[in-house]
Ligand binder design. Structure first.
Ligand code: HSE
Length: 426
């Protein structure tokens, strides 16, 4: 039986679940991975009161990173500054690393992997993307023989949970968010979930593995579900769609684009059926077609499952060095992919207004595939303006942005114009 001595820093939702799993049911790990994992030390800033187990707990996290008896430093504190400092010290002290920290990997991955290589140690980061669903293992091991052309995925459990609750149970945004927080799905600051940052960081990590690009989160364009209203969800339902937060990555002639936005998904597509806090990722390779990965993407237990899988892998020699491959492809900001779109605008209720709207679509050479405008009733909130929803033909993000600006400049349109992509297989 192999043995692994670990130091765990961070005892929040995920850290707590890792300690619980390894303390209460070490046999699972032993029988599945043939390794005895011993928690040698725990770093908890709140001290022993935060750790309900008989373990060596220290409040100075650096003590764990420097502890000479530890083989693996498990970083579960999140954030970038302290986590990076701790990991760098742990690597410098010859320790392998396991982390769930997507912000850190998406921002400083290249630097950390270089340092790890110099010190002949490895970094496991399965828990950083899609929680308990092993998508990183799929990319760096299972699909290694193929060139990935694109991926499309639901990568944030909290926002998928909120969108599902709003559309299926008619919950309010606030109630759904509160429930997600109670389930331990959301980040400490849920802004990162809601504004799309969390999913964008995960997409950036997937891109580095799928397309051999640098770990550079600054190239990802993204938006969040804070743009989605109950009204949009109702229109989506009426038109045969659900709204999901979808991250895309695609490779075209050596250029890679990564983005993540709320997206209309036709009801008959697989991603449309992904409810609750589940994540799903479709990865397309020219040679084999699509493979799809589905499972719990957030929450203490699924994330702890990925952390423990990394520990078992480390005890078995770690991973192929795909993240250290020479960068082969270039990240670009501009998404050249065309999408059909949902547009929502408030149009003045007067003769010729819709004709002007449709002429702006014609100027972009894009068709109007569907249009909803209901008659204004006496009790409507605003008798002068009527909500209009348009499903358009395909446009790039640049073309759609230009059309949106031109619509907003019309005196017959009140307030901002909203537009979302409509998912299609790339
Ligand atoms: N807050 C994240 C989510 C947790 O909801 O997906 C996993 O990264």
């Amino acid at each position: 039986m192999k043995s692994l001595k670990i130091g765990v820093c961070g005892v929040g939702n995920v850290g707590g679940a890792v300690l619980e799993n390894l303390t209460n049911t070490p046999d699972i790990v032993v029988s599945n991975g043939g390794v005895q994992i011993e928690i040698t030390q725990v770093g908890a800033r709140k001290g022993k009161s935060a750790v309900p187990y008989d373990l060596d707990v220290v409040t100075d996290l650096m003590e764990v990173a420097k502890n000479p008896t530890i083989d693996v430093f498990v970083e579960l504190i999140g954030g970038c500054d302290l986590a990076k400092d701790l990991i760098e010290h742990a690597i410098g002290n010859g320790k392998n690393i396991v982390t769930a920290n997507k912000a850190l990997i998406a921002t400083h991955g290249d630097e950390l992997f270089k340092l790890a290589k110099e010190h002949k140690v490895q970094i496991g980061f399965e828990a950083s993307v899609a929680g308990g669903t092993p998508v990183i293992k799929a990319l760096r091991e299972g699909l290694v023989a193929n060139e990935v052309k694109w991926f499309a995925g639901i990568l944030n459990g909290t926002t998928n949970f909120i969108l599902s609750k709003m559309s299926e149970d008619k919950s309010s945004f606030d109630d759904a968010l509160k429930e997600a927080q109670e389930l331990g799905l959301a980040e400490t600051d849920p802004t990162m979930d809601i504004d799309g940052t969390d999913a964008a960081q995960k997409a950036s990590i997937l891109s580095a593995l799928a397309f051999n690009t640098p770990f550079d989160f600054s190239f990802v364009s993204y938006g969040g579900i804070d743009q989605v209203s109950p009204e949009d969800i109702a229109y989506a339902y009426q038109l045969g769609y659900s709204i999901k937060h979808i991250a895309y990555g695609s490779l075209d002639n050596g250029q890679v684009n990564v983005s993540a936005f709320p997206t209309f998904v036709p009801k008959d597509q697989l991603l449309s059926q992904v409810g609750q806090q589940m994540n799903a990722l479709e990865i397309f390779c020219e040679s084999i077609g699509s493979t799809v990965y589905y499972g719990p993407g957030a929450g203490p237990k699924p994330t702890a499952s990925a952390v423990i899988a990394d520990l078992v892998d480390l005890s078995n020699g770690g991973w192929p060095e795909s993240e250290n491959k020479k960068n082969q492809n270039t990240l670009i900001k501009e998404c050249k992919q065309q999408f059909s779109r949902y547009f929502k605008l408030d149009v003045k209720n007067e003769a010729g207004a819709i004709a002007k709207v449709s002429s702006l679509f014609a100027d972009e050479n894009v068709s109007i595939e569907a249009l909803i405008q209901n008659e204004i009733k006496d009790n409507s909130p605003n008798e002068n303006f009527v909500p209009v929803v348009i499903i358009s033909g395909v446009l790039t993000d640049t073309e759609a942005g230009r059309l949106q600006e031109n619509l907003e400049a019309m005196t017959e349109i009140a307030g901002p114009v909203k537009q979302f992509r409509i998912h299609n297989a790339l």
